[in-house]
Design a protein around this ligand. Structure first.
Ligand SMILES: NC(=O)c1ccc[n+]([C@@H]2O[C@H](COP(=O)([O-])OP(=O)(O)OC[C@H]3O[C@@H](n4cnc5c(N)ncnc54)[C@H](O)[C@@H]3O)[C@@H](O)[C@H]2O)c1
Ligand SMILES: [Zn+2]
Length: 397
């Protein structure tokens, strides 16, 4: 078992990483909270609760907590005001008090919603996370960002609300579908590319030894468990370090340690999600392509060495197969990028790799449209014929 401490100006808490930890989650919660806590609202969805709900409930009830289960719909489309209201109403009906807590059991959707509810219910109550997707483990459960989607866009309403503790049980990843693993590993790779050569190498070696396509076969191997724990603890420690140095993502910062570097791969990633109406790609898969494009741009600007681009490409492919992107209209991607630019006050920034492990934040003004087009072409492979592209253009507009 490993513990990563997150030290922020306002508070300090631990992320505990290990295996077979769920059965003892009651004692973990006791360590995270004050002695006054009596009730715990478990927010989850049917699928995850069906897999891990009973063991968590038993763990909590054995040490005396009163548990109340609030199940929400499964998927990004439920990350909205309506579900938030449902959770808040549930807390009110169950007479949850300021000394009680909300526990998220699930992926990033459950975590973002439960965390946001905890941040505003009675002006803020304690929040705990048991993330159960790889993406939630290494990314969304670290850093205190919570929120929901609105009709104007994703994650546009939310709050910073740090959890009192995060419990990662590697064993929960055994039931993850392959695409969720690939998506999670893309964010894992992202941390490697911006975090340091060592983190990149550890990630790459892990993926070579334990391909995501056969992931669930490895869980009986002691070495796999040990290496997974190490990799996840290193990943979490990296994100924790960045978050600690820039807790609220200061707008004016654009240095190589600012929280903005975590957006590596997300500029094109968000554009891909948007033009396909959030249906074709899992978020992490879109980030996978986004990293390939950003790295191509960097190479085309003579910032990023060719052999490092090759290593990055290889590792992204080790994460698993990404959905086809060669048929997507470059025009639509460029439009989505310029729309983003307007939304954030004409100051779109790209996070580009300078070397593996060293990101640079570059103003969009410094990158010509021609370079972006060329990089899209290479990263997505050959485009299909014009006819198909026209059809897709129409669907988008
Ligand atoms: N707060 C942040 O800092 C932050 C960072 C990155 C992403 N996010 C958010 O996270 C969300 C994406 O999270 P996600 O990728 O975890 O998606 P998700 O929460 O939708 O989970 C993906 C799917 O996996 C299922 N699942 C979860 N755990 C499982 C398990 N152990 N076994 C089998 N199935 C399981 C879920 O029910 C769901 O169907 C997005 O809304 C994104 O905006 C937030
Ligand atoms: Zn992301």
């Amino acid at each position: 078992m490993k513990t990563v401490q997150i030290k922020l100006a306002s508070e300090t808490y631990n992320i505990t990483v290990g295996h077979d930890l769920l059965k003892d989650c009651g004692n973990w919660v006791k360590k995270c909270l004050t002695a006054n806590t009596k009730k715990i609202v478990i927010v989850s969805n049917q699928k995850v609760f069906g897999l891990y709900g009973e063991i968590v409930l038993n763990g909590l009830e054995t040490v005396g907590f009163q548990c109340l289960v609030c199940l929400i719909g499964d998927g990004e489309k439920y990350k909205n005001f309506r579900t938030l209201e449902k959770i808040l109403k549930f807390c009110g009906q169950q007479k949850i008090s300021r000394t009680d807590a909300i526990l998220a059991l699930g992926g990033g959707v459950v975590g973002d919603l439960a965390g946001f509810a905890a941040s505003i219910y009675l002006r803020g109550i304690a929040f705990l996370q048991i993330p159960t997707t790889l993406l939630a483990v290494v990314d969304s459960s670290v850093g205190g960002k919570t929120g929901i989607n609105t009709e104007f866009g994703k994650n546009l309403v939310g709050a910073f609300h740090q959890p009192s503790g995060v419990l990662v049980d590697i064993q929960t990843l055994k039931t993850l579908p392959k695409r969720e693993l690939t998506a999670g590993f893309c964010e894992v790779i992202k941390h490697g590319v911006i975090g340091g050569k060592d983190l990149f190498e550890t990630t790459s070696d892990f993926l070579k030894q334990y391909p995501p396509a056969k992931f669930n076969k490895f869980f009986d191997l002691a070495d796999f468990i040990r290496q997974s724990e190490n990799l996840i603890a290193e990943q979490v420690a990296f994100k924790a370090k960045i978050v600690a140095g820039d807790e609220k993502e200061e707008i004016s910062r654009d240095d190589s340690q600012s929280r903005k570097i975590l957006n590596f791969g997300h500029t094109v990633g968000h554009a891909l999600e948007k033009i396909t109406d959030y249906r074709r790609f899992k978020h992490g898969e879109a980030v996978g392509y986004g990293m390939l494009v950003a790295a191509e741009i960097s190479k085309n600007l003579d910032i990023f060495p060719k052999h490092e681009l090759k290593s990055l490409n290889e590792v992204v492919h080790l994460a698993g197969k990404l959905p086809n992107a060669a048929d997507l209209s470059h025009e639509a991607i460029l439009n989505a990028l310029s729309h983003d630019k307007k939304n954030i006050g004409n100051s779109l920034k790209w996070v580009l790799p300078e070397t593996i492990g060293k990101p640079r934040i570059v103003d969009a003004k410094e990158i010509s449209e021609q370079i972006i087009r060329k990089s899209l072409q290479t990263a997505f492979g050959e485009k299909l014929n014009g006819k198909r592209n026209n059809r897709i253009n129409k669907q988008i507009s």
